[in-house]
Design a binder for this molecule. Sequence first.
Ligand code: FES
Ligand SMILES: [Fe+2]
Length: 439
Amino acid sequence: MAADGTQPEADLAQPRADWTQSGSEFWAPQRNPVETSFAMQPTVYADENFFAAEQERLFGRGWVGVALTSEVAQPGRLLVRSIGGRSILLTRSEAGVRGFLNSCRHRGTELAEADCDIANTIRCPYHRWHYSADGQLVAAPLFDTVPRDDFDMADYGLIRVRTQTWGPVVFACLCEDTPPLGEWLGDLPQRMAAYRFDTWQPAGIEGASCTFDVAANWKLLAENFAEYYHLAWVHPELAKVSRVADHYRYQGPGMYCGQTTTPVSGDERDDWLKLPPAAGLDDSDAASGRFLALFPNVTLAVLPSHMFVMMLEPLSAGRTLEHCTFLFPPGPMTAGEPSAELRELFEITRRFWIEVNDEDIDICERAQRGISAGGAPPGPLAPRFEEPLNRFHKMTADLMTLPCVADLPVPAGDRPGSVDLYGGEPNPLPPAAERDAST
Ligand code: FES
Ligand SMILES: [Fe+2]
């Protein structure tokens, strides 16, 4: 920090190893509490060398969202995904979702190029070694023509990748040292329990999923989702549904950033309230929008009647695929073919979301251009609205610098009942998890 309290000039010439050294000065402004913290250096968003290190240290060691559970709900389905620069396969075996490196145990060939149905057998196209859906090698054609004493098929199953599911998301992790997903997510499963996310489904309806190719770093998209400073200017229409003053932090212990809008306003526009709500929600959940940025790459925007899920797939420092899907609670949207009336209501909901998302994409691409081509030194965060970014930055710094991720410090939650940084008023309907914690 300079003597006048400002952030030092951005220094793109900093030694690159600094990004990954624990105790590094590079991350010092992000280690501060939000009241004295700063945005991250331009390098973090614009430098391909940083991106490569991030793929290895952050995406290679975190629990990364790779698919929706509904995409791999049935045995016989095979998904191909990318994580931390590695290609992985996802299957459903009798034991649940399984993950493997997409590489044959004979001579390493890519086993699948794209999502497909496999009739429960993964076949290598090269010499036709066969693997079961749980990764066991079950056939090696002609291999016994001249038998080898040292060859046992049991030794040549596919290389496992850790996978776990929570709610609608399949997560994968390439690192054995990373704490289990339950520890990573912290209190989130308990906090969101009443929604019963594992029962939410996509609807067989046009426009319920789409992918956007965005010219921005993945972190700009995640950060933009996690802060509510920009709403009034970037989303004038959204701000009528989800008023800035009704936004509060929604964060317990866990690797996520959260905010809530309570109530979801319906006085000027009610685009979010068209569809039938989930059953069994308490007063707080039924009146709120929950906006959760699961570190690093999944965002869930949860309304009482639907959820808009985004999964970010980084392609390079300045390019990200954004995979978006609408999910619905059990009810008329998921029980068979939705009626014409429901389709119309969904179309209103969808159009509203796409409009908001387009606005977010435009501003994030513009942020990327300014950061890449202008590269102004980072400025201070707004404590009332941007604390989740400080939390996001700390998680980024931890994953980039920790020598061993087994020592990962999962962020603590906000102080129950504290209103000083939430807003001028206490949250009118605190979520049950915070009410319980404060008694
Ligand atoms: S490389 Fe797969 S069977 Fe030979
Ligand atoms: Fe936005």
